[in-house]
Design a protein around this ligand. Structure first.
Ligand code: B1M
Length: 207
């Protein structure tokens, strides 16, 4: 319990070294890293978001919290993404143009890799045409992530762009501001609620 509180506070306070240290210890002790991520680390990011909404913290605090979180994710990723099988499909992913949030996207990458997909991470602030290019390189599914009300409509133009290049790529959307209704509205093939949900969505999209 105490360890959990220390981790939660370390993320909220943006203490990357402490987070890295705690995750490393948990890994070496053979603890369930998925549980640590879901039960403590992700809720800490939600807490910092609530504090931001309440005007108690500002962008710099969100940024250091995100860096601390990512420091932990970097250690968890190779453990959770371990897989022995052949790639089950090729997927590219990016946060849409104008959107710099990447923690959720990085978690989706991790889960997809763990499920046996080969994942090309296009990063953040990805222009529409980059998704289309990734499809030309052989990716079967395009995953679009958006966290902001202002970048949500960017998915519409990204999808238009993809459909216009007349390819067979499947499109999966997700992120805090996206819903199943919105996904239907903009003509995406599937919607993922969270990182595990994204894996299901990619599988559904591939049929
Ligand atoms: Co920003 N930010 N931010 N931010 N930030 C939010 C999103 C916000 C909700 C905070 C708030 O007001 N409470 C708010 C958006 C409000 C809105 O538009 N509805 C907000 C804002 C306003 C902003 C700025 C505009 C602030 C400013 O400058 N005034 C600015 C915009 C920058 C930009 O993108 N152009 C900004 C900047 C930043 C930082 C750079 C400081 C930093 C990001 C650093 C980084 O990512 N490297 C940051 C952070 C950290 C947050 C919060 C606190 C945390 C986001 C996060 O990592 N969550 C966030 C508040 C919150 O979420 N409660 C907030 C944890 C992560 C695991 O969850 O990303 O939702 P999430 O991902 C989930 C699901 O959404 C889903 O799976 C993930 C795992 O479960 N998912 C997918 C995500 N992508 C998916 C794709 C899929 C399927 C599922 O398929 C393809």
């Amino acid at each position: 319990e105490e360890e959990k509180d220390i981790m939660f506070d370390a993320i909220c306070d943006g203490e990357k070294e402490t987070v890295v240290d705690l995750v490393t210890k948990a890994r070496d002790a053979g603890e369930d890293l998925g549980k640590l991520l879901n039960d403590t680390m992700i809720p800490a990011m939600a807490e910092i978001g609530d504090q931001f909404s309440a005007g108690e913290v500002f962008v710099p605090e969100m940024l250091v919290a995100a860096r601390a979180m990512q420091g932990g994710i970097d250690i968890i990723e190779p453990v959770l993404a371990e897989t022995d099988h052949e790639p089950v499909g090729r997927v590219c992913i990016g946060s849409v143009k104008g959107d710099l949030h990447d923690i959720g996207k990085n978690l989706v990458v991790m889960m997809l890799k763990g499920a046996g997909f080969e994942v090309e991470d296009l990063g953040v602030d990805v222009p529409d045409e980059e998704f289309a290019k990734a499809v030309e390189r052989g990716n079967q599914v395009v995953c679009l992530s958006a966290l902001l009300t202002t970048t949500k409509p960017r998915m519409i133009s990204a999808i238009k762009h993809l459909r216009a290049s007349s390819n067979e790529a499947k499109i999966v959307v997700g992120g805090a501001v996206i819903t199943q209704d919105y996904a239907n509205l903009i003509g995406a093939d599937a919607f993922g609620e969270d990182a595990p949900g994204a894996v299901g969505a990619v599988k559904r999209a591939l049929g």
